[in-house]
Design a protein around this ligand. Structure first.
Ligand code: MG
Length: 165
């Protein structure tokens, strides 16, 4: 199956991720606002627009897009029942000892170094803002998306912090 010639355009990955986030009801402005709320105490001059611009920027990173596609697709497949057991039940029930959802997300926040990683850890514990509504939804499989959103917000925080450093 290995094909040295194969290439995929980042724009396709970007469309996959942004379209799926939209279908799941994620408002990118809200994510930018979550990042703003986390960073404003350190950067008083910061604006939500700046956070939104940083968000659009991180959403174009290939390392982020790769993990985001896998995360979003696993939630979708689990919701559709298209994964074999025991993995299906593990993902559907968001089993606490699974940890692959956090691992995929942590890799995204790590792109932005320690600030990205520590903000992700913080968001994983407090589940603030938009992340909370996905963490507590009992109708849909959101095992991967909540961590993904936390990682995206953390990445935005990291990018902004590095910019102002
Ligand atoms: Mg999770």
């Amino acid at each position: 199956m290995y094909n040295k010639q194969f290439k995929y355009p980042d724009t396709k990955a970007f469309e996959f991720v942004t379209t799926t986030l939209k279908q799941k009801g994620v408002d990118l402005r809200e994510l930018a606002k979550d990042a703003y709320d986390l960073q404003k105490e350190f950067i008083p001059a910061l604006t939500v627009d700046e956070c939104y611009a940083a968000l659009v920027d991180v959403l174009h990173k290939r390392e982020l897009l790769n993990n985001a596609m896998v995360a979003l697709e696993l939630d979708r497949l689990a919701e559709a029942g298209e994964i074999r057991e025991p993995l299906l039940s593990i993902i559907r029930n968001d089993a606490g000892v699974f940890g692959v959802d956090e691992a995929l997300a942590l890799q995204i926040s790590n792109i932005y170094g320690t600030i990205g990683a520590t903000n992700f850890g913080y968001l994983d514990r407090v589940k603030s803002g938009i992340i909370k509504q996905y963490d507590t939804d009992e109708q849909h499989v959101n095992t991967f998306i909540d961590d993904l959103l936390g990682a995206i917000v953390a990445a935005v925080c990291g990018k902004i912090a590095h910019h102002y450093a």
